[in-house]
Design a protein around this ligand. Sequence first.
Ligand code: BGC
Length: 278
Amino acid sequence: MTSAVDEGRRAVPSILRGQKALVTGANSGIGKATAIGLGRAGADVVVNYVSGGEAAEEVVEEIKSFGVRAYAYEADVSQEDQVVAMVARMVEEFGTIDIMVANAGLQRDAAITEMSVAQWQKVLDVNLTGQFLCAREAAKEFLRRGVVPEVSRSAGKIVCMSSVHQIIPWAGHVNYASSKGGVLMMMQTLAQELAPKGIRVNAVAPGAIRTPINRSAWDTPEAEADLLRLVPYRRVGDPEDIANAVTVLASDLLDYVVGTTIYVDGGMTLFPGFATGG
Ligand code: BGC
């Protein structure tokens, strides 16, 4: 007898078969779902994490259950030497990299008058510099290897995990919103620079997704009702909603998508306040 889970696995086409993916911040939340989603679609996956090795090993086990390869790798994406070593090890282990999902990110919220330079810097270091380092190291390997037509039409894919806050200002979160605004321009600039070399750079911008980063926004019925006023589709997103977008975006199904952000936000970027006002 096959379980519903087995049925689900079979229903997902292997659109990433033979590709090698690295997902940063992949032991929880959106990164975890994405690493699992890429593995389910046939990719071998490196599960990066900075703390919480046990959770990362669980993600690895789940990915391996799809018959692909996976291993966990501890690295702080804001540290250049660690990112360089992480990609070098992946090339040793898997031969190359085809898909870099620069996902790791965090929040350190405070009103501007209360925000320390440390809070500002930490968020910029991880959310923006971390993505820059991951994109740079992946791009070097993509250029070294070039296109392998049996694997993919492109020489490589970089998916930046952004946020609706790359375009929606967010009071009390100036560090986070600035980092994601930076991700938008970094992504577009890299896309312009690398597209002639056959590399596709794009972003996925989640809205309110049920993960540890925003637990307080959904973990009581009152908080959830408040949050849903900002979501025209009236549901909080699941990490799998993002994983599905990344999986398809990284595949050749979307080979002609270059320098674009896919918003996966239940309509949060539609200015829902104007549904009844203006
Ligand atoms: C933030 C969440 C927030 C969501 C929608 C995300 O980028 O990390 O905390 O709930 O945007 O505002």
